[in-house]
Design a protein around this ligand. Structure first.
Ligand SMILES: Cc1cc2nc3c(=O)[nH]c(=O)nc-3n(C[C@H](O)[C@H](O)[C@H](O)COP(=O)(O)OP(=O)(O)OC[C@H]3O[C@@H](n4cnc5c(N)ncnc54)[C@H](O)[C@@H]3O)c2cc1C
Length: 392
């Protein structure tokens, strides 16, 4: 067993950390207050050359396929700037979708510009009445004379309004909107009938723009079908196994930040004549944070290693997502407690960790859904689950 990161991974981690601490961290608070995606920050990430990390080199990417390296980048970025890490995760998911399912023309149209940071994309699957139960989605795509006409409502679309295009999950051809198989479509923002809602006000992850999206007789050419007709759900769920590990990485970075800040404060803050870090109840909190963080980190790295070595990893991905995000939420709450009343204040570093981390327990499949997936595997009920979730 080799637990050592490669020299390249160590160097990348250091570069990302130095960059994020110096260039991004100073902007985080202002962006959180203003709420919304920052093109300034996106430009900085572009200059670092990581927007297209997993994209093929011929499209201006770095061609870094291995998930462990991707996890390390997201984790280190999230330590200093949660929104950037989450936005980058979303950019990579869109790149991966285009890379795996896009035609030559789709790739030529978007990949290079996504890698350069000239455009961002968005992904719209969730609907007002279809969240965890993805298979109940109703958005409909009707085929007519070489075009698809889309109708339906999407919610919680990250980067909607900033994005040049949206990958929309919809059912083909069924008038009742219930039975047709789910497919994916590229919908450009300037298509008539592509109607954005107001920007949502959020608890955390405020360096992103979230809106609803209505598709109202929105016509796109049939060539905008992304991937095989009717295979949209399967490919989306397969992508989730990767996405979940990157969500775990977001949580690890924030848990590390919670621990860093808590250690610092425990040495600085004096009560009853001594630093609070000398009280055993505070020490126990620090120790528990570190235990949780290290356990979650190694499960996450292990799951990424399984994927990179072409072994079944989807269940481990669900386990890592659940553990890392739960550990991070607990660490964030304890960090606020260690800071006492100051922890509750906006100008202190830990309250935003608590607000940001919450989303990691919800998106990419809630932790309840992860537990269901894991339990069904344990109970041997998972043949179809294995297929759905891409496990070999
Ligand atoms: C900030 C943000 C960004 C997002 N970005 C995107 C995006 O870009 N694109 C996109 O398509 N979606 C996005 N989402 C949507 C996100 O993926 C969903 O919110 C998530 O999948 C949960 O769906 P829901 O909110 O409808 O909750 P629901 O599915 O209604 O769940 C409500 C509660 O019930 C629980 N629950 C549901 N079913 C079960 C069950 N069978 N057993 C036990 N418990 C259950 C859930 O775990 C949860 O606690 C985003 C959401 C947020 C908040």
């Amino acid at each position: 067993m080799d637990f050592e990161l490669t020299q390249e991974q160590q160097l990348l981690k250091k570069n990302i950390g130095d960059f994020a601490r110096e260039e991004l961290a100073p902007l985080v608070r202002e962006i959180d207050e203003k709420e919304g995606f920052s093109w300034e920050v996106w430009g900085k990430l572009a200059s670092l050359g990581i927007l297209g990390l997993p994209a093929p080199e011929e499209y201006g990417g770095e061609g870094v396929e291995d998930l462990l390296t991707q996890v390390i980048v997201i984790e280190e970025l999230a330590r200093y700037d949660f929104s950037s890490a989450a936005n980058l995760t979303s950019n990579w998911a869109i790149i991966r979708k285009l890379k795996e399912d896009g035609t030559k023309e789709h790739k030529a149209r978007y990949l290079e510009r996504l890698c350069k940071g000239e455009v961002v994309g968005s992904f719209a699957q969730t609907e007002p009445d279809s969240g965890s139960d993805v298979s109940s989605l109703r958005t409909n795509a009707r085929y007519e004379n070489g075009n698809y006409i889309l109708n339906g409502d999407k919610v919680f679309v990250t980067q909607a309004g900033e994005a040049e295009f949206t990958i929309v999950a919809a059912r083909i051809n069924e008038e009742d909107g219930k039975k047709g198989a789910i497919s994916m479509f590229l919908v450009e923002r300037d298509r008539p009938g592509y109607i954005l809602g107001e920007k949502e006000a959020k608890l955390g992850f405020r360096g992103s723009t979230t809106r609803s999206l209505a598709l109202n007789d929105c016509m796109i050419p049939a060539s905008n079908l992304l991937g095989e007709k009717g295979k949209g759900l399967k490919t989306a769920l397969r992508g989730l196994a990767n996405g979940r590990l990157l969500t775990a990485a977001q949580a690890l970075g924030q848990a590390q930040a919670a621990l860093d800040e808590s250690i610092k404060y425990s040495k600085e803050r004096t009560q009853f004549g001594r630093p609070i870090g000398q009280f055993q109840l505070v020490q126990a909190k620090l120790a528990d944070m570190a235990i949780g963080l290290e356990s979650a980190r190694y499960l996450t790295y292990y799951a990424a290693w399984l994927r990179d070595n072409d072994k079944p990893f989807a269940i481990y991905s669900s386990m890592a997502k659940t553990l890392a995000t739960d550990v991070a939420m607990k660490a964030a709450v304890e960090a606020v407690q260690i800071f006492g009343g100051y922890g509750f204040m906006r100008d202190q570093p830990v309250e935003s960790i608590m607000r940001n981390v919450k989303i990691t327990q919800i998106y990419e499949g809630t932790n309840e859904i992860q537990r269901l997936i894991i339990a069904r595997e344990l109970l041997g009920e998972t043949r179809s689950f294995r297929e759905l979730y891409g496990q070999k």
